[in-house]
Design a protein around this ligand. Structure first.
Ligand code: PGA
Length: 248
């Protein structure tokens, strides 16, 4: 039985005071008996999360990491630096990284492989644009994105990852994919993996992301192949995020 995971992606938002208050609220108000929680914070707030979440069972991590362990890469951060401040998870290939920072499938696959090697769980983000959905190529796009990862790490290593399906047109737009639309893509992803490794496919956590709110979470998480959410905007609002977690 897969446990539901609800992940917060704070992106480049908040400040020390507001994010500390959010972290405290998550710790105090989320009933973790039914849900796993992970928080992806801007790098500089990881020490704060390490302190706030100590002993709470709430996981956290960075929103990106570089492929090299160290060196002359001004402005970048390594997996070992993230680990030093308690990160157990890392976001890989978020659509904003792919679009705004030119991360392609090969780089996303490389980052996924290196995170696994470092013992950090990569949450690998995939998803189609509106144009791709409207031209009917959603499955091909998602398949290509996953295949690049599988080619690099092999299907069995997917057991050490979490996949986040995030239709680009639903991110930050207020347009959630309908539960049926999301379920169809999640089932497609799981069946694609099942052709290579049935055990890995049935244990694989596949999150949905894109304008998830407390009001839409129960229906989404009730779908057979949706194992939780990757939540952006609503993760900056304590009551919304607690509401999403209690929809489980
Ligand atoms: P959103 O962001 O919930 O604000 O749509 C989701 C994400 O980008 O992970």
């Amino acid at each position: 039985m897969r446990r539901i995971l609800v992940a917060a992606n704070w992106k480049m938002n908040g400040d020390l005071e507001s994010l500390t208050a959010l972290a405290q609220g998550f710790k105090q108000q989320i009933d973790r008996s039914k849900v796993d929680v992970a928080v992806f914070a801007p790098f500089v707030y990881l020490p704060m999360l390490q302190q706030q979440f100590a002993g709470s069972g709430i996981a956290f991590g960075g929103q990106n990491a570089h492929t090299q362990p160290k060196g002359a890469f001004t402005g970048e951060i390594s997996l070992s630096m993230l680990k030093e401040f308690g990160s157990t998870h890392v976001l890989v290939g978020h659509s904003e990284r792919r679009t705004l920072f030119a991360e392609d499938d090969a780089l996303v696959a490389e980052k996924t492989a290196l995170a696994i090697e470092a013992g950090v769980v990569p949450v690998v983000c995939i998803g189609e644009t509106l144009e791709e959905r409207e031209s009917g190529v959603t499955e091909q796009v998602v398949a290509k994105q996953i295949q690049a990862v599988i080619d690099r790490i092999g299907a069995s290593a997917l057991a050490k990852t979490v996949i986040a399906y995030e239709p680009v047109w639903a991110i930050g737009t207020g347009k959630t994919a309908s539960a049926d639309q999301a379920q169809a893509v999640h089932a497609f992803i799981r069946s694609m993996v099942a052709k290579l490794d049935a055990d890995v496919a049935s244990a694989l956590t596949i999150l949905y992301g894109g304008s998830v709110k407390a009001a839409s979470a129960a229906e989404l998480f009730g779908q057979p192949d949706i194992d939780g959410g990757l939540v952006g905007g609503a993760s900056l609002d304590l009551q919304e995020f607690v509401g999403i977690c209690s929809a489980v």
